[in-house]
Design a protein around this ligand. Structure first.
Ligand code: SAM
Length: 162
């Protein structure tokens, strides 16, 4: 598969899954955490499909399209290992949904990221809340959910906290 095909499949999977989670979120209270602003594409889509949710966005850099810059209160700069650990007083409530788009493409780096990220995700997700991640996470308090049709195995991971 060409890199172009792979890129198209990744973005298509993101859109399908973000919309799938949105449909499941009714009745689950709390903000949304977007881990990895990047270009701002998924942030922009999440704010469009979840207009009534507070969305907190985490990244070490600001490199997004100018139309996708979150306001200062909702943009949390720095290493996510630090900022997610200490964002509690700012965010106040556990998250109804955490979207993680932090894959580096390097398998060793990605394993290390999953290892420190998993307990932080657990800590900040509300009971009944959802996590969608490009990296597999170690989440013993969550169930792994089947993905909608058309998403290739291993491409994305969907979890719900029990
Ligand atoms: N979801 C974005 C989009 O749709 O445009 C793409 C996100 S991009 C793949 C990953 C982003 O995560 C990068 O902007 C990078 O700076 C950020 N990132 C990766 N690891 C991080 C870490 N440990 N702490 C803070 N930011 C991190």
């Amino acid at each position: 598969m060409s890199r172009l095909d792979s890129f198209i499949r990744r973005l298509t999977a993101q859109k399908i899954l973000l919309e799938d989670v949105t449909a499941r979120l009714k009745g689950v209270e709390g903000p949304v955490l977007e881990l990895g602003l990047g270009n701002g594409r998924t942030y922009d889509h999440i704010r469009e499909i979840l207009p009534d949710r507070e969305i907190y966005v985490f990244d070490r850099d600001l490199a997004c399209h100018p139309s996708c810059i979150p306001d200062a209160e909702h943009m949390i700069f720095g290493e996510i290992r630090d900022t997610l650990a200490y964002c509690g007083p700012r965010i106040k409530a556990p998250a109804a949904f955490i979207h993680c788009d932090l894959g580096s493409g390097d398998p060793t780096m990605d394993l290390a990221t999953s290892s420190w990220l998993s307990p932080l995700i657990d800590k900040h997700t509300a009971a009944g809340g959802y996590v969608l991640s490009g990296l597999p996470l170690e989440l013993p308090n969550f169930e792994t959910l089947p993905k909608p049709e058309g998403i290739r195995p291993g491409r994305y991971h969907l979890y719900r906290k029990q």
